[in-house]
Ligand binder design. Sequence first.
Ligand SMILES: Nc1ncnc2c1ncn2[C@@H]1O[C@H](COP(=O)(O)OP(=O)(O)OP(=O)(O)O)[C@@H](O)[C@H]1O
Length: 341
Amino acid sequence: MIFGRLLRGFSSNIGIDLGTANTAVFVEGKGIVLYEPSIVAIDTKSKKILAVGKEAKEMVGKTPENIQAIRPLRHGVISDFEVTQAMLTYFIKKVLGRSILKPKPITVIGVPTGITPVEKRAVVDAAKSAGAREVYLVAEPMAAAIGAGLPVEEPIGNMIVDIGGGTTDIAVISLAGIVVSNSLRVAGDEMNEAIIQYIKRKLHLLIGEQTAERIKIELGSAIMEEEERQMEIRGRDMTGLPRTETITNHMVTEALEETVNSIVNAVRTTLEKTPPELASDIAERGIVLAGGGSLLRNLDKKIEQETGIKARYADEPLTSVAKGLGMVLENIDLIRRISME
Ligand SMILES: Nc1ncnc2c1ncn2[C@@H]1O[C@H](COP(=O)(O)OP(=O)(O)OP(=O)(O)O)[C@@H](O)[C@H]1O
């Protein structure tokens, strides 16, 4: 008993929101201690890892030929197993230190609802080889709902829309279970891509992912705004020469229309599949938005307009999943009830 408590005292169990865009790590007893881009910079000749996280992100698009900045997760799932494993190992060691005396942590990882069995295996294997003892997978929207403080264990319909970088996860939760869900491989990254394509088509200008993200954050809106705002952007024209152009919020809204519509339509479809009793709870209590992609200006208003249901943001939309995983760590019974097979 005492030994068990001692062991628990020393072990720092962790929750990992292994995102396409960012990874957040929650350490039991400490809170969210790490929030960094899911990016790894690799020397293509020696295959050596040069940098991970923030440092690696600074290298994106600016790397010399022999350095490659890799995002090992695409659409919320592992597309490069070895690099993901190396990234997880780096993050786990960074938060726990390297002491060999410490017991291996119990690890809870947030994953999209649409994950396949093969992808699940890849996440579990990567975490185990990165030093985790037991690994539990929890659906991201479930974790986000818990992190947002929704009463997921009660017989009440809760709707959460978690828009990340690679995936949008929509779920209706009641009695600690997901009753209806929809996972869409369209989210914040797809918005960046839509901006890149639009600017190429309309202005014949080539821009990179980071510029597109900056445009989205500064000018993007899910609804056409009355007031016009603009910014100058630099890119390369078709002959390869640098050129500066002015872009407006109206252009960006037009560029994002299709992506926004597919997210909003998925919310509507999920509502249509929701049993009536739970749907009426949602109509009364509203839809909760989480994830960085949900921060697109006026997305809450757009969802409200299209569904007739009030939409509101979780307290800290970027870290709701990690926060929820942390809350789950304190309750081993709940972990077992909500973790995926
Ligand atoms: N203010 C903002 N406005 C619009 N988009 C934003 C804003 N801030 C962040 N984002 C977008 O949020 C996305 C990242 O969100 P988040 O960190 O929640 O994703 P993730 O958890 O890594 O992804 P996933 O859940 O798909 O694996 C990026 O596409 C980023 O551009």
